[in-house]
Design a protein. Structure first.
Length: 165
């Protein structure tokens, strides 16, 4: 009888340990999945999708996608630390059929790229992250529209928005 009771106790203990291990493992995977996803950004829609969604509406838009990919060094935190690299591929929406604004955007491509470089290189990576993507876009929209004379860009989008540190 004593051996039978000992076996039951050992079996119960082993089952409790196995259940605890399974529960802790499941909790870890559930918690870590959310933590990993928190570092991913929700991508912006493609230029074609934005144009198609607005087609035929009163405020329809076209997309200016000529800037391509821009690589920028952030501000250094200290002399000893290397700056982070920001890779951004911006594009803009502007009123559909506005050929003069398109021409101005094309002519001022260098100045617009310089606005991106000045903006991101004036802040550390932590400052950029603290602002958040939507505030960064709003700041850049104001800067770009300040450069323009023939019209205004409606929104700034990013095909790529990557930090390499």
């Amino acid at each position: 009888m004593k051996a039978e009771q000992l076996n039951k106790i050992l079996l119960g203990t082993a089952a409790a340990v196995a259940l605890a291990i399974a529960g802790i493992t499941a909790a870890f995977f559930i918690k870590s999945k959310g933590a990993v996803e928190a570092h991913y950004r929700k991508s912006d829609p493609s230029p074609q999708k934005i144009v198609n969604m607005s087609a035929g509406k009163e405020n329809s838009v076209d997309a200016f996608t000529d800037l391509g990919q821009i690589r920028i060094s952030s501000k250094r935190i200290s002399e000893n630390q290397e700056p982070a690299i920001i890779v951004v591929s911006p594009w803009f929406s502007y009123p559909a059929g506005d050929k003069t604004l398109f021409e101005e955007l094309s002519q001022k491509e260098r100045q617009i790229r310089a606005q991106f470089t000045q903006y991101f290189s004036s802040m550390t990576l932590d400052e950029i992250r603290a602002k958040g993507e939507s505030e960064v876009k709003e700041d850049l929209l104001r800067r770009i529209n300040a450069e323009l004379v023939m019209g205004k860009v409606r929104a700034v989008y990013f095909n790529e928005y990557i930090f390499i540190d």
